[in-house]
Design a protein around this ligand. Structure first.
Ligand code: GLA
Length: 739
């Protein structure tokens, strides 16, 4: 039994964590504890204790010590004496925004069902999860709220969501509906957030919490490059390998808000979910609203452990199970090789070369459809560009398949160009407010994904291409954010439902396609990492981390991404130099040593390489294939951070589950004269095994490498094996257990 219920008390226990809440005297729920696992008792008076403070509202005249603002709440309401920010807001027909969610009953079920219409976690084996549903009711409006908690004990993961149902006879307006609220008893935490920009995603920032509000959020209609929905609270002394941390994330790809509120008593309230800004939802009598799921995970063993348990959890309980353990193909993508300038002959040359060196999948990127020769036309016209493929896309696909390569195509389903056949036929399908100017971005506009006819059109068009080409893979791109949001299909009172309905439309299209074509591997992309989130991961096990393919700046991007997402999700490509985003010239070996740690791909014109370079690529591919299982699914450890300490040195490591093979990437950005003495401390090895490293003569015990470290010599010209420069140097250490 992992969920205990004792009268008013609920205790959810996983392998290492306990989550406790209770029904308070006013019938509402109060949070008691979340943290390292504790013994179960039938009551925790000490944790529920409160002191009466002056100048505070109290629940009733005869209970002056029952002061809502002093209490840790489970799902706080607005305007009843708890002046902190609420988890939900609802407006009654008389305009009032007061509600009291009083406990009704609970239910425990074994396992975890998927949510309808939303990406969600699941437990194919019901023994791996347990779900507690608590029903609450407001007596005046008859608003019913079900708080759902699922624990996955093996991973120390808790999934939360809320379902609202109007049991009354009048419509209600839902103005906020958080997925999760967590009140913690102190504010002694660092907040790790993953902010960024296009080509500079997931830049870790670590700050100590301060009084008042701090938040990351998006109002772009997508989770965004600027603020990833993942965040971590860690104790200030928590390191990669020790200490407490709580990870938060949302299984959602639209506007979100992660708010942290440190109050006057130094307690912390966390609220995550759909961004309440520009959101309302009309709850008609008997209708329901389901929030996205929030993921919460606890560790007392440092940030590496947190990332590992989350990564393993997603593989088993979130990702399309068809791909969960499946090795990801090594691909070549023609985008940086050709941009829009290609035809069948040119591409087939690349494919032939690719096949010779062991690449497995050819991805035809933007520009294969309509009249598209640059980014000004044809989005929405998902039929072949006759000039580039005079014999049809099916003919080209056949040629690619005949070479023994898999075939993948780029789509940007949600978008439309004004210069397109689709726009001529359906100008009304474009998102835009009446009488308002339409704001272009990358010369394109957005289709109204809240419309079922739009989703149906896209489903039919994309299905036809998949069938014609026997497609193996789709790169689903999304290259702009939403503006002038409005749908002609929605009545005025429901216009603020648009953002959420938009993303539900996207999910619906994904659901239709992945159900009809379960074997097609989807890679999500939004100008790189503009929608790199768990909502997308549910449908697309792989995602393009960033449009930035420069190995050096990618170090930070991949390092930052690794806190919350597993390597098997991260598309990482080797591209040409000078790099198209930074102009930087890095050695080919360094580009490979960065791209290996993820789903390896190539994105350069390999027909222009010299034969020694091609031989190098061939060797890279052989090497990656040999260790692909570890690079994609091994345990990942961050060793030296580009965000802390010496930013000139970065290191990370993967280890297989038997601890017999490990691979360390060590990156020295600029070479230094007369550098300090350096040892690298490895992680995750078996202390009692003896390991051989590359061709070093000496062998090492695991404990020696972890506790005493590996001496890393300085780089001298005479010992270098790089082409042009001692800068941007990468070393790979391959460890093999001898015993
Ligand atoms: C986006 C993607 C790129 C590429 C281009 C094509 O920028 O992130 O990888 O597919 O679109 O237009």
């Amino acid at each position: 039994m992992t969920i205990y219920v004792d009268k008013n008390l609920f205790h959810l226990q996983t392998r290492n964590s306990s989550y406790l809440f209770q029904i308070m005297a006013n019938g509402e729920l109060g949070q008691l504890y979340y943290g390292r696992r504790i013994h179960h008792k039938s009551a925790y008076h000490n944790l529920a204790q409160r002191e009466q403070h002056d100048a505070m509202a109290s629940w009733t005249l005869d209970q002056p010590d029952f002061q809502p603002e002093m209490l840790k709440q489970e799902y706080a309401s607005l305007g009843k004496g708890d002046f902190r920010y609420p988890a939900y807001q609802v407006q009654a027909p008389d305009g009032s925004r007061i509600s009291e969610l009083v406990y009704q009953d609970y239910q425990i079920t074994q396992g975890k069902q998927r949510l309808p219409h939303l990406p969600s976690t699941f437990a194919n084996d019901p023994q791996t999860a347990q779900t507690l549903s608590i029903t609450l009711m407001d007596a005046v409006t008859h608003l019913q709220v079900q708080l759902n908690y699922t624990i996955f004990p093996k991973f120390d993961v808790l999934i939360r969501s809320a379902a609202f149902k109007n049991q009354g006879i009048h419509s209600l307006m839902l103005k906020q509906a958080a997925s999760c609220q967590l009140d913690l008893p102190d504010a002694h935490y660092d907040w790790l957030q993953f902010s960024g920009a296009w080509a500079r995603e997931c830049q870790l920032q670590r700050h100590h919490l301060h009084c008042g509000q701090q938040a990351t959020s998006s109002l772009r209609g997508a989770s965004s490059h600027q603020a990833n929905p993942a965040m971590i609270l860690a104790r200030p002394d928590t390191t990669e390998n020790t200490g407490e941390a709580i990870g938060f994330n949302l299984i959602y790809s639209g506007n979100f808000a992660n708010q942290i509120d440190v109050d006057q008593f130094q307690t912390t309230r966390i609220i995550t979910g759909i961004n309440p800004e520009d959101f309302t939802w009309q709850l008609k009598p008997q209708s329901s609203f389901q929030t996205p799921e929030a993921v919460i995970s606890y560790t007392n063993q440092g940030l590496n452990n947190l990332s590992q348990q989350l990564g393993a959890f997603y593989q088993q309980h979130l990702v399309n199970q068809h791909f969960a353990q499946q090795l990801r193909p090594i691909l070549i993508n023609n985008w940086e090789a050709t941009y829009f300038d290609f035809d069948e002959t040119k591409l087939l040359k690349i494919c032939r070369q690719a096949q010779k060196i062991g690449i497995e999948l050819f991805v035809l990127d933007d520009g294969w459809f309509g009249q598209r020769d640059d980014d000004t036309t044809s989005l929405g016209d998902w039929f072949v560009n006759q000039r580039k493929f005079p014999h049809g896309i099916d003919h080209f696909a056949q040629k690619v398949h005949d070479l023994g390569l898999q075939f993948g195509l780029w789509f940007e389903p949600e978008m439309i160009s004004q210069a397109s056949r689709l726009y001529q036929q359906h100008p009304d399908w474009v998102v835009g407010a009446p009488h308002r100017h339409l704001t272009p971005s990358r010369n394109q506009f957005v289709l109204d994904m809240t419309r079922t006819d739009v989703v149906q059109y896209l489903y039919e068009q994309i299905s036809a291409i998949i069938e014609q080409t026997h497609l193996d893979y789709i790169k689903w791109d999304m290259n702009r954010n939403l503006t002038e949001i409005y749908s002609t299909q929605l009545p005025p009172v429901q216009q603020q439902e648009f953002n959420h309905r938009y993303i539900l439309g996207v999910y619906h299209l994904y659901e239709l396609l992945t159900t009809k074509f379960p074997q097609v591997l989807f890679e999500s992309c939004a100008s790189g990492g503009g929608r790199f989130d768990l909502g997308m991961m549910y449908y697309a096990p792989q995602a393009w981390v960033s449009d930035n393919t420069d190995a050096i700046t990618r170090l930070k991007i991949q390092y930052g991404t690794s806190y919350n997402y597993p390597l098997a999700m991260m598309g990482a490509h080797i591209s040409a130099v000078p790099n198209d985003q930074t102009g930087r010239i890095t050695p080919l070996a360094t580009r490979a040593a960065v791209a290996y740690f993820g789903d390896l791909g190539y994105e350069l014109d390999i027909t222009k390489l010299s034969s020694p370079e091609l031989q190098t690529l061939k060797k890279q591919i052989q090497f990656y294939k040999k260790y692909r299982q570890i690079f994609q699914f091994g345990k990942f450890y961050r060793l030296l951070s580009p965000f802390a300490g010496d930013p000139n040195l970065v290191s990370w490591q993967v280890v297989n589950s038997q601890q017999t093979v490990a691979i360390v990437g060590y990156y020295r950005i600029l070479n230094e004269p007369n550098p300090p003495y350096r040892r690298l401390y490895l992680q995750g090895l078996d202390p009692n095994r003896i390991y051989q490293i590359n061709d070093l003569e000496e062998n090492f015990y695991g404990d020696e490498l972890m506790h005493a470290g590996l001496f890393i010599p300085r780089l001298l010209h005479s010992t270098m094996h790089v082409e042009q420069t001692a800068d941007f140097n990468a070393q790979l250490f391959l460890l093999r257990a001898l015993s």
